[in-house]
Design a protein around this ligand. Structure first.
Ligand SMILES: Cc1cc2nc3c(=O)[nH]c(=O)nc-3n(C[C@H](O)[C@H](O)[C@H](O)COP(=O)(O)OP(=O)(O)OC[C@H]3O[C@@H](n4cnc5c(N)ncnc54)[C@H](O)[C@@H]3O)c2cc1C
Length: 557
C-alpha cells in the first residue's frame, strides 16, 4: 500500500514487525525485498511524491567549504536522491575490504565476497545490466581504450562503468509497493527520533511528525534507518535528548565522515589516433564508459589509495575549447540543476581558465549548426529516451584529454557530522558538516600521478603531462565529490571501532539497523549507490532469516 500520513490510522501502525525510515535507494530496495515476507512492514518517508521547498528545508544546516551546502546533493522526496542521480554504477574492489597498513582506519569486517553475491541483483534494481565491468567481456567488437596499450600489471585499462537509465527508485518501484499486501509506504511522515525502553537496549519504536504536525510514536520490533549518510547520524545524535545520542556510547556516531576526492589534472595524450572516449553500449544495451585504475598489486606496492581515472572533456568555462555546445551550456548554466551549475562554477573559480562571455558567444555564433544538432540529440537521446544517454561528451580539439581522477579518502575521526543548537520547524537540531581530508590523501594522489606517468610512458603509445611544480597545489584543491556521504555510522568488528556490526545492526541497539553509505568504513573510488543497494539486499536476506521468511529469488519486473 502507499498512503499519505493524513490517511494513517491506529490499525495501520499496529503490530509492526519492521519499520524502515527513509524511502531512497536503500529504503525502497529493502521494502521491495520484504514484500511477501509475511510480516507487517512500514516504509516511512518524510517527503511526498514531489520535492518542495518546505520539505527540502529539513536538510538546511551548515558546512565548511569546499563542502557544498547541506541542503544540496540530497533530496527529501519519495525515491530520495535517486530522483536526481546520474546513474553511474561501479562496484567496489576486493582490496577495498582489506585492512591496508598504509591506509589509516582501513578494513571492513566483511569480505568482498559477502557483497559480491548481491551485486548481480543490485544491478537489476539499478537496471544496469550484467555484473561485468570489463570492456572485453561487455562490449562487442570493442576497440581498446587506447590503441596499442597493453597493461603491464600497474594499470588495468580493460574497465568500464555502467549507467543506470537512471532508475528513479520512487517512480520505478511505486506500483510494486502500492500492490504489496504486507508493506505500507507512508508519505509525509518524518522521523524525529528513536525511543527505547528505559535502561534497556531494546528499541520501542520511532517518534514521527505527520504532515498535519501531529506527533506520535510508531512501535516496531525492528527499525531500519535508511535516511542517507548525513541524516542517519543526525537522527541518532538527536534521539537522546538527555545525552550524547543513541548508538553513541563510544562517541563515534557522525565521525569518520568522508566523500571521494575528485579533480581534473594534467593532459593525457594518445599518440596513435583517438582514444575510446565517448559513451558506448554494452551487448546488453547499457550505456558505458571506459576508465582505468591501478591494479591491487600496484596500489600495495606504491601505497596508493584506490583511484580511478577517466578521460575528461575540456572545462566549460575555458572558451579555448572552441566548442559551441560547451559554450552554450556554460552560458545557459542557470538552467541546469543547481548542483551541476555549482560544479561548473567551482571549477571555473578554482581549477580552470574563466574566459570572458564574449569569447563564449563567439564560439556559439561560429557553431550554430552543432548547437542545433546537439539540441535535437539532447531531446531524443537524453530527454525523451527511456534509457538516457548519461550526458553529452565533447572532445577537445587538439587530440589530448584532461584527466579526471576519483579516489577514496583516508577515514578520519575528526571529519564529522555534528548538531547545531539551531533547530528546524520540527525542533530537530540542524546539522553542521565539518568535512576534512587528510594530508595523506594528497601525498597518495601525488604519488599516483607520478606512478601513472611512468607507467604510461613505458607503453610508447600514450603519455601523461602535468606541471610537477603545480601538481601538489592542484591536488590539494580537489573537492569532496559532492553527493557521496560516507562513514558516519561505520561498520566494525567491535564497538570500540564503529557504530554497527557486520550485519549493520547498531552495537548498542541490536534491533536497529542502518542501510546506507553511512556504514562504509572506507569508500573505494566507486560511486556509492550500487553498493548501498547490494548492502540493502544483504540486510533483507539477513532479516528474512530473522523473520523465518524465504528469500525471494525471482528476477525483478
Ligand atoms: C546530482 C546527483 C548525481 C548523483 N549521481 C550518482 C551516480 O552517478 N552514481 C551514484 O552511485 N550515486 C550518485 N549520486 C548519489 C546517490 O543519489 C545516492 O548515493 C543515493 O541516492 C543514496 O541512497 P540512500 O537511500 O542512502 O539515500 P537517499 O536517496 O538520500 O534517501 C534517503 C531518504 O530518506 C528520507 N528521509 C530523510 N530523513 C528522514 C526522516 N527523518 N524521516 C523520514 N524520512 C527521511 C529522504 O526524504 C529520502 O527519501 C548522485 C547524487 C546527486 C545529488
Amino acid at each position: 500500500m502507499l498512503i499519505y500520513s493524513s490517511d494513517l490510522c491506529d490499525q495501520t501502525v499496529a503490530d509492526v514487525r519492521v519499520c524502515i525510515v527513509g524511502a531512497g535507494a536503500a529504503g525502497i530496495t529493502l521494502a521491495c525485498e520484504l514484500d511477501g515476507c509475511g510480516h507487517k512492514v512500514l516504509l516511512l518517508e518524510a517527503g511526498g511524491l514531489k520535492p518542495t521547498a518546505a520539505t527540502q528545508d529539513y536538510y538546511v544546516g551548515a558546512a565548511n567549504p569546499p563542502h557544498p551546502r547541506s541542503s544540496e546533493w540530497r533530496r527529501v522526496v519519495f525515491g530520495g536522491t535517486t530522483s536526481v542521480w546520474g546513474g553511474r554504477c561501479v562496484p567496489f574492489d576486493p582490496i577495498d575490504f582489506e585492512p591496508r597498513e598504509y591506509v589509516t582506519n582501513s578494513g571492513w569486517p566483511i569480505s568482498y565476497a559477502e557483497i559480491a553475491r548481491y551485486y548481480p541483483r543490485a544491478m537489476q534494481y539499478c537496471e544496469a545490466g550484467e555484473f561485468d565491468f570489463t570492456a572485453t567481456g561487455s562490449i562487442d567488437r570493442g576497440v581498446p581504450t587506447i590503441a596499442g596499450w597493453t597493461s603491464d600489471g600497474v594499470i588495468d585499462n580493460d574497465l568500464i562503468e555502467r549507467y543506470s537509465p537512471p532508475t528513479r527508485f520512487g517512480k520505478k518501484y511505486r506500483a510494486a509497493l502500492r500492490a504489496s499486501r504486507n508493506v505500507t509506504a507512508i508519505l509525509g511522515t518524518r522521523c524525529t527520533g528513536l525511543c527505547r525502553a528505559a535502561g534497556d537496549d531494546r528499541i520501542e519504536g520511532v517518534e514521527v511528525v505527520l504532515q498535519s504536525g501531529k506527533r506520535r510514536v510508531i512501535h516496531a520490533d525492528i527499525v531500519i534507518l535508511a535516511m542517507g549518510g548525513i541524516e542517519t547520524a543526525r537522527i541518532l545524535l538527536a534521539s537522546d535528548r538527555n545525552g550524547s545520542g543513541f548508538g553513541n556510547r563510544m562517541d563515534l556516531v557522525g565521525r569518520f565522515y568522508g566523500c571521494h576526492l575528485g579533480c581534473v589534472v594534467g593532459k593525457f595524450v594518445p599518440q596513435r589516433g583517438k582514444a575510446a572516449f565517448d559513451f558506448e553500449k554494452t551487448r546488453d544495451g547499457i550505456y558505458c564508459r571506459r576508465k582505468f585504475q591501478f591494479t591491487a598489486a600496484a596500489q600495495r606496492e606504491n601505497r596508493l589509495l584506490n583511484t580511478a581515472f577517466r578521460l575528461h572533456f575540456p572545462a566549460y568555462s575555458d572558451a579555448s575549447h572552441k566548442s559551441s555546445v560547451m559554450s552554450t551550456i556554460y552560458l545557459a548554466k542557470s538552467m541546469l540543476i543547481p548542483e551541476y551549475r555549482n560544479i561548473i562554477e567551482y571549477n571555473a573559480e578554482h581549477l580552470a581558465v574563466k574566459s570572458p562571455a564574449r569569447q563564449h558567444w563567439r564560439n556559439v555564433v561560429m557553431g550554430v549548426p552543432q548547437v542545433i544538432r546537439f539540441g535535437i540529440d539532447w531531446t531524443f537521446r537524453i530527454h525523451l529516451a527511456r534509457r538516457e544517454m548519461p550526458y553529452n561528451l565533447v572532445e577537445s580539439q587538439n587530440g589530448s584529454y584532461p584527466l579526471e581522477f576519483n579516489c577514496e579518502q583516508t577515514p578520519m575521526e575528526s571529519s564529522r557530522i555534528m548538531l547545531l543548537s539551531d533547530r528546524d520547524k520540527h525542533a530537530i537540531p540542524r546539522v553542521r558538516i565539518d568535512w576534512r581530508r587528510s594530508d595523506e590523501d594528497i601525498v597518495s594522489a601525488h604519488r599516483g600521478f607520478v606512478v601513472l606517468r611512468e607507467a604510461l610512458s613505458r607503453t610508447g603509445v600514450c603519455r601523461l603531462e602535468f606541471d610537477d611544480s603545480k601538481l601538489h597545489e592542484r591536488l590539494a584543491s580537489a573537492a569532496p565529490v559532492w553527493s557521496h556521504h560516507l562513514g558516519t555510522t561505520r561498520m566494525a568488528m567491535s564497538p570500540r571501532n564503529g557504530v554497527v556490526d557486520s550485519n549493520c545492526a547498531i552495537f548498542d541497539l541490536p534491533d536497529v539497523y542502518v542501510a546506507s553509505s553511512a556504514v562504509f568504513p572506507t569508500g573505494s573510488h566507486a560511486n556509492p549507490t550500487l553498493t548501498i543497494v547490494a548492502l540493502s539486499l544483504r540486510m533483507a536476506a539477513h532479516l528474512r532469516g530473522r523473520l523465518n521468511a524465504p528469500i525471494p529469488t525471482a528476477a525483478l519486473g
